[in-house]
Design a protein around this ligand. Sequence first.
Ligand code: ADP
Length: 474
Amino acid sequence: MGLAPSIILSDTLTLTLGLLLAGLVVLVALLVVVLLRYRKWLSEIGTGATQMAKGDFSRPIRATGPPPVAALADTLNQMAQQLDDRLSEVVRQRNELGTILSSMEEGVLAVDSQLRVISLNRSAAAMLQLNPAVTIDRPIDQAISDPELRRYISLTLETGRGVQGEVTLRQPNPQPPKWVYEALMHNRRGRVKDGEEPAPIVLQDRIIEATSAILRDAAGRRMGVVLVLHDVSELRRLESIRQDFVANVSHEIRTPISAIKAAAETLHDDMELAPDSPPDPQTLGTFLGIIMRQAERLHAIVEDLLSLARIEQGNRENTIELELCPLAPVIGAAVETCQAKANAKNISLTVHCDSDLSTKINQMMIEQAVINLIDNAVKYSPENTKVEVSARLESAEVVIRVSDQGRGIEPEHLPRLFERFYRTDRARSRQMGGTGLGLSIVKHIAEAHGGLVSVESRLGKGSTFNLSIPSQDE
Ligand code: ADP
């Protein structure tokens, strides 16, 4: 008896279907496994990419999985490496630029096309008294108070051309705010010698040379303005001192030159008018006397100017030689030089100086300074008075003191007494043969020794000049 064909067919179908189903289940299971694996690989790549997006390139993605997945991880890693290199380069360049800008003595300030401050360095902040922390992004109207500087910037943005000029920045507050103080100290520290503390800062009005230039992007479009500020106050101050000095010298030498010229012309005219009768000896003597005295005066001015120039040059070039030597002979020599003048006015000159007092000095210069001080004491004291000269060790300084019982000096003159050509009484000084340079020479000599000179005076009682130099006994 055979099986019915329909039953056989149904069994085969069931088997096939079962096999198919089993195959499908295996396939789905495989697919799920593969998908899960892919999900794991892709999620690893995703985590790595997120990490990179946050700027962390320190952990490369593991290049596991089938070739396309590994290749993707590899490409991402390479991209990350390149990004990291470029970023490091950009940061290095930015830091370099920042360091250069912040160590510049010139102030640099940049604004964008909306006239908002986009950058300013330490010096610009100090010059303009701006706090960088709150100035960035501010409109210049609020940041820069000087209208002239603001005009330079807007003009440059409008025309595309740079502007240059000088402005005076008023400093309403002589005690600078903390950030300005630190910026100025930073610049000043760069200029003082090791171990020295820079002088304290008091703000004064500054003369600033400002130069503006247009900032353009790669396509040449105007994108802002950069302003460079150069503090020329010291330069202008020195220029004005030099101009004053030239004017003073010209004025000082004009008087003796005019007197010599007038005397010589008078003699010459007399002799031309009456060639057969030369001027009588008395007239001749008077005019020759004028010529000699005025020539003497010119000689004294030129000698003093040369002395000053030599000391200043030595000071500048550090070529003044100091050697350890006793003070007593140097002071003795100065007193000896002035003795005749003192005798002529019956002024008694007394000296107190320990014979073992020594320090490092330039003998010629100290002698010259003491001569100038004694000469003044004698010149500006009445007859029959006393001039005392002493040298003593006081703390770490050798103090040379010259005291007189002369007319004294009004207090208002004291601060300017050591300036070149400064006199309390011009006519009187000239009449005494003074050049107005004696005390200025003393001051420069003191400075050449790292010391200073000071004066105390009481009207009608007398004056005391102190020349202090550091004591160095080796
Ligand atoms: P000068 O050649 O005029 O003496 P100095 O520079 O030596 O120039 O002195 C400047 C001025 O200081 C003098 O003109 C004088 O007015 C004043 N002076 C200097 N020393 C004395 C002194 N011992 N007593 C009074 N006045 C003095």
